[in-house]
Design a protein around this ligand. Structure first.
Ligand code: ZN
Length: 174
């Protein structure tokens, strides 16, 4: 079972604690607050990032520095999701998150990944912020193709990630 409500609440708590009310979400602040050490290195594009948790030590999030910055942001947010939602210690390596970004449902083995992706979406593209950028009818004043690009840039995410987010919020139809 994907814990949609818990995920939304957890992301909302993080934003609330830091009094973040405008995009783009400053992940540095979130990492500092959660006591996470951030590291990066250029790597093969099939590697996205990792979370390393060892008892008694600060958690470490790593990301592939070869990827575009919006991908890096999504990966960091995804690893934060694992940190805040899942209790596993040790090293967790993520590969090819791109495909997973598309998924809303999948088999139980992938549930942690779906949850971490949803957390990343809730953190980087909070529903209230997005709705605030649209009119009362849930529509933007510009053409759909333009608004996705505009919002993606404003929130520091890929157009793909923004499209999925708007779709899951029922604001656009694929
Ligand atoms: Zn993951």
């Amino acid at each position: 079972m994907i814990r949609w409500k818990l995920i939304k609440e957890t992301a909302g708590r993080v934003l609330g604690e830091l009094k973040i009310s405008t995009p783009p979400i400053e992940l540095d602040e979130v990492l500092k607050r959660e006591g996470v050490a951030l590291t990066s290195a250029p790597a093969d594009e099939r590697i996205s990032g990792f979370l390393l948790r060892r008892v008694g030590e600060a958690p470490v999030i790593g990301f592939n520095a070869s990827l575009p910055s919006f991908r890096q942001r999504f990966i960091i947010a995804h690893e934060l999701g694992h940190l805040l939602l899942h209790n596993k210690t040790g090293l967790h390596v993520d590969r090819s998150l791109v495909r997973l970004e598309h998924r809303e449902k999948s088999d139980p083995a992938d549930e942690d990944e779906v949850e971490a992706n949803r957390f990343a979406a809730e953190l980087l593209m909070p529903e209230e912020f997005i709705r605030g950028d649209l009119d009362g009818n849930g529509r933007a004043a510009v053409e759909q193709g333009e608004v996705i690009g505009h919002l993606a840039q404003k929130y520091g995410v890929s157009k793909q990630a923004m499209t999925i987010r708007l779709t899951s919020l029922g604001l656009i139809q694929m």
